[in-house]
Design a protein around this ligand. Structure first.
Ligand SMILES: Cc1ncc(COP(=O)(O)O)c(C=O)c1O
Length: 408
């Protein structure tokens, strides 16, 4: 079976390479227009935003605010002021934890997370729960790596104040039912934080339709540059929240002893911003819109199925992904039984195959699965069936070479 990507040539780093880059869940490769955007910004628009009275600075501010509007439209947010630029998903998660969690949680309250969450959605809430006396609770997957409705229903209770859920697990590739979880959470008055870092390159996320209270992601996993991320929040919640970082440009008025804060979104954007990064993110959005989510999902579903089926066909490999096709994405974890994931990843590297190995910043999940690490292959629009074939033959060669040492 041959599945060929017509978009690969847009990605200079891999266009002509013989390597199989299968680590887009860690960071995606960048298309030409995103790479060019940095040069365009610095050669045409560079100045500090919200500060200078001269034309160049005014224009830089306009460019930055255009980027914010582009993100708002992309997510279908009602207002651009609901979009806060951060440095990544991790900072966005910390922003909500410190600015919303600290002021709104009390002893007896519960924060409910799925066991699939990335450390960036776990560690900040551990800290906030410790400070406020709230309790952290987890929703666990079934033996098929899925979150079942009865687990969601039983964990979200009248004590739940915050629910954190990733749209796609960065380890299992499981697609979570954000819509259902949000409805259950809202019934008990809890706010929902959706971590859409792993889905936004692959499927649209409509914050208004899904009615989540917060959504966050990093640009670098959706073909954009590193160093820029997004927090979306409902206007009334963001307005009530206190700032996370203090400093220049997030203030209204500062006296020797006190400060009043700027309106949204500046209240949450202290200091000089990554405007070139925002411009790169806008270019990444344009790239995705140019390809089209419909095309992306059809192409990736097809290639994802090929990847899953080829891995499942290897008798010496354990695959950790939902068997139900509808709940599965192009992120798949697996192991060669009896060989450590790091060893396999190093051998794959020597054969020109780039996959991630380890706990994927999701140690609670990996422990829950009674594993200590996995290999993870993840695809994007530039991958093709040859990449998958390379992975499969490299795994087969690795197994054949080492099988005599494997203890059954
Ligand atoms: C689901 C998920 N959330 C959050 C993050 C954190 O992203 P970043 O390191 O860009 O902040 C990752 C990164 O792997 C992720 O996969």
């Amino acid at each position: 079976m041959k599945i060929d990507s017509k978009w690969r040539e847009y990605f200079p780093l891999i266009a002509k390479s013989n390597s199989a880059y299968l680590d887009s869940a860690a960071t995606s490769q960048k298309p030409k227009n995103v790479i060019a955007s940095s040069r365009v910004f610095y050669t045409k628009y560079n100045a500090n935003t919200n500060r200078g009275a001269y034309d160049l600075a005014v224009n830089a501010t306009k460019v930055y605010e255009d980027c914010r509007r582009a993100v708002a439209k992309f997510l279908n947010a009602k207002n651009a002021t609901q979009i806060i630029f951060t440095k990544n998903a991790t900072e966005a998660s910390n922003l909500v934890a410190y600015s919303y969690g600290l002021d709104n949680l009390h002893a007896g309250d519960e924060v409910v997370l799925s066991i699939m969450e990335h450390h960036s959605s776990i560690v900040p809430w551990q800290k906030i729960c410790k400070v406020t006396g709230a309790t952290l609770k987890y929703m666990y997957t079934n033996s098929n790596y899925e979150l079942e409705k009865h687990e969601i229903d039983s964990k979200i209770t009248k004590n739940t104040k915050i629910v954190v859920i990733s749209s796609i697990s960065n380890v299992l590739g499981a697609i979570n039912n954000v819509d259902y979880i949000t409805k259950v959470a809202h019934k008990v008055g809890a706010v929902v934080i959706a971590d859409i870092s792993q889905s936004i390159a692959h499927s649209p996320f409509d914050v208004t339709k899904l009615d989540v209270d917060f959504a966050l992601f990093s640009a670098h996993k959706m073909y954009g540059p590193q160093g820029i991320g997004v927090l979306y929040g409902k206007q009334h919640l963001l307005e009530k929240m206190s700032p996370f970082l203090m400093g220049g440009d997030m203030i209204e008025y500062v006296t020797e002893q006190t400060t009043t804060f700027a309106p949204l979104p500046n209240k949450f954007e202290a200091g000089t911003q990554n405007v070139a990064g925002a411009y790169g993110l806008k270019s990444a959005i344009e790239f995705i819109q140019n390809v089209g989510y419909k095309y992306i999902s059809e192409y990736e579903n097809n290639l994802g199925e090929y990847l899953y089926n080829q891995l499942k066909a290897l008798p010496f490999v354990d695959v950790y992904a939902p068997s139900n096709k509808c709940n599965r994405s192009g992120v798949i974890s697996f192991n060669i039984r009896g060989i450590h994931a790091h060893d396999v990843a190093s051998i794959l590297n020597s054969k020109g195959v780039c996959v991630r190995s380890g706990n994927h910043c999701a140690q609670p999940l990996v422990s829950y699965l009674k594993l200590d690490s996995t290999l993870r292959a993840s695809i994007a629009i530039y991958n093709n069936s040859q990449d998958v074939d390379k992975l499969i033959s490299a795994l087969t060669e690795t197994y054949n070479k080492f099988k005599k040492y494997i203890k059954e």
